[in-house]
Design a protein around this ligand. Structure first.
Ligand code: NAI
Ligand code: 0TF
Length: 259
């Protein structure tokens, strides 16, 4: 898994506010509204305990503090435990956490201790970015290009298929592309014979993954992928509506999915 850096998370509240404005502009709903559309849930001010985790590559500067800001932004109460790891988990529960948020290098989870529901960041991120793409009010058809069919992209593509979109998929890894074709019934997208799309969902850890030839004027690119899938120059040239944010949208999706 590509790990976040403290720099990715600088000014997270501002990044989240800007992303919320972009989501509102392209879908007519704010991020909370998209979560409601996805899961039918609203926050009841549940208390979220955020537990720093030292294993593997260790604590990421700004990670717990960013989660704290994000969780409060979406209307939950929250606190970061003073101790990390198992001691932090114990501290969170002792101090009344109803939901636990914690991540090691492989898994970022949200666990609702009241109802037992648990969420994983990767599918939840794929679902919400795909949902945002699917709600684009200026889309010219129900054709969607999905680039990247890994742990985030595959569940996003599945969500779009279930919503009845015509999904064209591409992944640099042929095995993953073939898996998506056979399991989801998506159509393989050939970058050598491109066509234009007004809805694009991207989930790769690479820059510049969206070829110019697929961009239509004012298309949406909904992408959790870091770094950005498209250059600032192409974004400007095609007046692309870009929805991209490093942590908050996916975290909101996790939390609302377990209420
Ligand atoms: P993954 O490694 O499971 O999947 C990435 C896929 O992209 C792979 O299948 C790979 O073959 C494919 N790929 C790489 N370069 C490509 C290219 N040029 N064209 C087409 N496909 C290409 O990774 P995962 O977990 O799905 O994460 C994807 C990205 O999303 C990462 O950058 C990760 O950091 C980011 N992420 C962001 C979140 C957020 O909240 N913004 C949350 C979770 C992940
Ligand atoms: O960096 C990541 C994921 C996050 C997905 C959301 N964009 N790519 N995971 C590592 C998190 C490690 C956190 C660390 N153990 C801490 O500070 O607690």
């Amino acid at each position: 898994m590509a790990l976040l850096t403290p720099e990715d998370l600088e000014n997270i509240k501002r990044q989240l506010q800007e992303a919320d404005s972009a989501v509102r502009r392209v879908t007519g709903l704010d991020i909370k509204g998209v979560c409601k559309a996805l899961y039918g849930t609203t926050s009841g001010f549940e208390t979220v305990g955020i537990v720093p985790v030292t294993s593997g590559n260790g604590i990421i500067g700004n990670f717990s503090a960013s989660l704290h800001a994000i969780v409060e932004y979406f209307g939950f109460d929250s606190f970061v435990t003073e101790l990390p790891d198992v001691s932090g988990y114990y501290e969170a529960v002792q101090n009344g956490a109803e939901i636990i948020l914690m991540a090691d290098d492989h898994t970022f989870l949200a666990h609702n201790l009241t109802n037992g529901k648990i969420a994983n960041n990767q599918p939840c991120t794929g679902m919400i970015y795909a949902e945002i793409a699917s709600l684009y009010t200026k889309a010219d058809s129900r054709d969607v290009l999905v680039v990247g069919l890994g742990k985030v992209g595959f569940p996003g593509a599945a969500h779009l298929v279930h919503k009845g979109f015509n999904v064209y998929g591409y992944d640099a890894d042929k095995n993953l592309l073939n898996k998506a074709i056979s399991k989801l019934g998506i159509t393989s997208f050939d970058p050598e014979t491109p066509r234009k799309f007004s809805i694009i969902f991207e989930a790769t850890p690479c820059a510049d993954t969206i070829p110019e030839a697929v961009l239509s004027e004012k298309c949406i690119i909904s992408t959790p992928g870091i770094p950005c899938a498209i250059s600032a120059e192409l974004q400007q040239k095609y007046d692309v509506e870009l929805v991209m944010e490093p942590l908050g949208i996916g975290t909101a999706s996790m939390l609302y999915s377990i209420l």
